[in-house]
Design a protein around this ligand. Sequence first.
Ligand code: MIC
Ligand code: SF4
Length: 643
Amino acid sequence: MGYTAAEKILRAHLVDGEFRKGSEIGIRIDQTLTQDATGTMAYIELEAMEIPSVRTEKSVAYVDHNTLQSGFENADDHLFIGSVAKKRGISFSRPGNGICHQVHLERFGIPGKTLIGSDSHTPTCGGLGMLAIGAGGLDVAVAMGGGPLYITYPKMVKVELKGKLSPWVSAKDVILEVLRRLTVKGGVGKIIEYTGEGVKTLSVPERATITNMGAELGATTSIFPSDEKTYEFMKAQHREADWVELKADDDAVYDEELVIDLSTLEPLAACPHSPDNVKPVSELAGMKINQVCIGSCTNSSFVDMMKVAYILKGKTVHPDVSLSIAPGSKQVLNMLSKGEYLSDMIDCGARILESACGPCIGMGQSPNSAGVSLRTFNRNFLGRSGTKDAEVYLISPETAAASALTGVLTDPRTLGDMPEFKMPEEFVINDNMVELPVSPEDAPAVEIRRGPNIKGYPKTSPLPDTIEAECSLKVGDNITTDHIMPAGSKILPLRSNIPEISKHCFEVVDTEFPARALSLGTSIIVGGSNYGQGSSREHAALAPLYLGIKAVVVQSFARIHKANLINAGILPLTFEAESDYEKISQGDKLSLTGLKEAVSTGNSVELKNLTTGESVTLKIELSARDREIILAGGLLDYTKSKL
Ligand code: MIC
Ligand code: SF4
């Protein structure tokens, strides 16, 4: 029996566990990345674990999220991250160098290797044939220290691509089609592997758009083979020496299969407020818009920007539209400036932003009240743009640029003939914004720069045997980490200060929650299905930890968030019968007893609702290692006890 491309990488990196679907495996991690919004905490954790120098082949610390410096906090965090990087063997990609995933794809990703990043869109490098997985900061810190990443051996999904995209239809439309079919829960516990004849019609940056947004499927990761197109891209980046071929065996076995005929796709849009709420642009065309934002780790490659410049050339942005463009990296921006591309964008009236996440994470460019915003990004969760009543649509760069000119959602196929947009044979290369670490001999002299906003890791404690606590919050299905721990320009600067950021926990849902939870001392959250979808931010677990949440009881969890809860020592539980969700109301007094025994050995535990007198059975879906982590009070305590 043959293997899939992902299985080949998994097998080559297996250090713990058995190669069996559904079982827990530990894999060796070759590369790590962090970004600044999750990085400060990851490096605080690295320090707490007393790891003097990273043991990976390559670790890079990026600054791309918190680049709006409207107070000292973000700048202080950048200095902290830069100094830790210098001291502990990590390359530091300075602010201005670009979005972590775009830069990592260009300069560091290597086919056949493993990468974990403290950002859910780390699978972007799957476009290069890398096994690239998003994780919480603590898991990344452990990997930097040479520890394996533990995952449940995923199911394999084959997406066979046939044919070739029609003019003005693009990679974004491919992943929107996958999301339309599979939904935001469809990828949980799975690796999505792209195969078929259509693969070779897509360049690496196009493939990366598809694997990037596989995060929105909830997938463990997504991957393309490494072939002659991959070689072309790496050669154009002067990195062909790192190229290796990677492809699935002909007789590889997949758990699920999907076929997409690229030639039948049309421009698509994900409508508010979910990336899987997908409709054809042709159906929505004519809708009045207020804003267009082009960029983000999904759609900010040089070829994307070339297309945008071509469409905007010689025109003027519609008077009712604000158009912003953030090229994904210094390399992309630099290349735009060398041709006429940048000047075509400026001339048309685009607001050029720095190469960073920017509006994608609510760092500026929030739409007007009830505004309609078209974005080439990957998430349109309620409130994420910074304007609660805005309507955000996710679309391709082609649709975005065409619409910016007309003031209404416009099908780019109305633009007429499309020229061929070719990836350049050689990119402009200058890694001068990547600072290298000092040698181990010089490391002791490097001083860590710690600003006053940088506080420690919240207090943890081993799992108690009994939890008697109120349900402090009850929420519904598909709760995102943007609900649990909102981002945006006002809250993101608090990422290194858990007591402060906790005041905003769940504020999109219930502004009273943080104060209520704190006054209760300990409490329990109850939720529906796919709880915690979206980002990798461990703050969505650390803020609840600080607020005294001891357990989260839901119908089902998203992968990274569940791992983050375990790492924080918060007990994740699921209803045995989904309908039991109805048997708990906010404010009910709940009791869980015999927990130590149940977590050590069992697969279920009884929860008594002391308010109604009813009992429900809860599943304990934890691996042997997870059980130990939970009993110890979280991964930090567990790791320390092992050392
Ligand atoms: C996001 O796109 O939601 C983020 C911001 O990049 C997050 C990380 C974070 O919250 O810092 C992610 O995707 O993991
Ligand atoms: Fe940055 Fe947006 Fe990508 Fe997250 S999704 S890494 S915020 S560009």
